[in-house]
Design a protein around this ligand. Structure first.
Ligand SMILES: [Zn+2]
Length: 305
């Protein structure tokens, strides 16, 4: 699940949205307004009115945006990916894979906003011909694969429940499933999956296996609950890392299919509407909008240190 994944080993959670080479002054919200080399404030490159608070992709003064324009620009990338690839149709039921991290937090927010806009259009239309697509949220509890204490996982799930309920209306279904749920025999699923993971000795192989099992789990949740599209929060940074690692592993044959906007190899097609956004941009948006992603890095990576 992209850099939003609870198992992402890249440390991308630890990025705080800044761009290298810029001088920053942090305000009380932790946001850092870019300044030029001469200490003057930089004006938003888009609206030319407001003070820039953050940089878009590129990092030069031409890509410094105020909060409003930055948000508009990021949502524009998402919307363009969705509409130009016909990702979501009115009759769809879309399941958002949500870890609580910055990327999937933004994916959920944007899908919700797109749904709300579709609802407004429906309310304003005369014939009410087109339905509004449905949205649900899936969280895969991977505590079997990671040393996460049960009380911390409980806190994470409560945090995720609060996020999802705050997005209403319309009320969204939240499906929380343990990763061992891929086995139909839930009684022995835990032991069977643990044995399987323990049988893989190298960390990279284990990470790849877990990624595959996570996707199988999400597919199963979607199929069981009548969803026909699965949205992941995979961003450019995550995909770039995948390109490098897959190349090293000799997976060049399947690589182009891994980086598509829509991966139709799965029974439930997998959508990547944020694949044109950087991890830094998504983290920054979470700061600007107060989206409060769950800090898995603090729990998993710091515990591993
Ligand atoms: Zn602006």
């Amino acid at each position: 699940m992209a850099c939003s994944s609870s198992t992402c080993q890249s440390g991308c959670y630890k990025n705080d949205g800044g761009f290298l080479g810029q001088k920053k002054n942090e305000d009380s919200n932790g946001l850092s307004a870019p300044h030029s080399d001469f200490g003057r404030q930089i004006i938003c490159a888009k609206c030319k009115v407001n003070e820039a608070v953050t940089g878009g992709a590129g990092g030069g003064e031409d890509s410094q945006f105020c909060a409003e324009c930055f948000r508009y620009s990021l949502y524009g990338k998402f919307r363009f990916a969705v509409t130009s690839n016909s990702m979501i149709s009115p009759s769809d039921k879309v399941l958002v894979a949500f870890s609580g991290g910055p990327s999937s937090r933004v994916a959920l927010q944007f899908v919700h906003e797109m749904q709300q806009k579709a609802q407004k259009n429906l309310d304003a239309s005369r014939n009410k011909a087109l339905p509004v697509f449905g949205v649900g949220v899936a969280f895969v509890d991977e505590s079997l694969a990671h040393p996460i204490p049960s009380d911390e996982m409980k806190n994470a799930i409560e945090h995720i429940k609060a996020i999802v309920s705050d997005l209403a209306p319309p009320t969204m279904e939240l499906l929380v499933t343990p990763i061992e749920g891929i086995y139909s025999d839930s009684g022995h699923g835990k032991d069977t999956l643990k044995e399987l993971l323990d049988a893989v000795s190298d960390d990279t192989g284990k990470e790849d296996l877990l990624l595959h099992i996570r996707m199988l789990s999400l597919q199963k949740i979607a199929i069981r609950n009548g969803y026909n599209k699965l949205v992941l929060g995979s961003c450019t940074s995550r995909i770039a890392r995948h390109v490098l690692s897959a190349t090293v592993k000799g997976k060049g044959y399947s690589l182009p299919a891994d980086t598509q906007y829509i991966d139709a190899r799965w029974e439930i097609p997998v959508l990547l509407p944020l694949c044109d956004c950087l991890a830094q941009e998504l983290t920054t948006l979470c700061q600007i909008d107060g989206l409060s992603p769950y800090d898995w890095a603090e729990i998993i990576f710091d515990r591993a240190d």
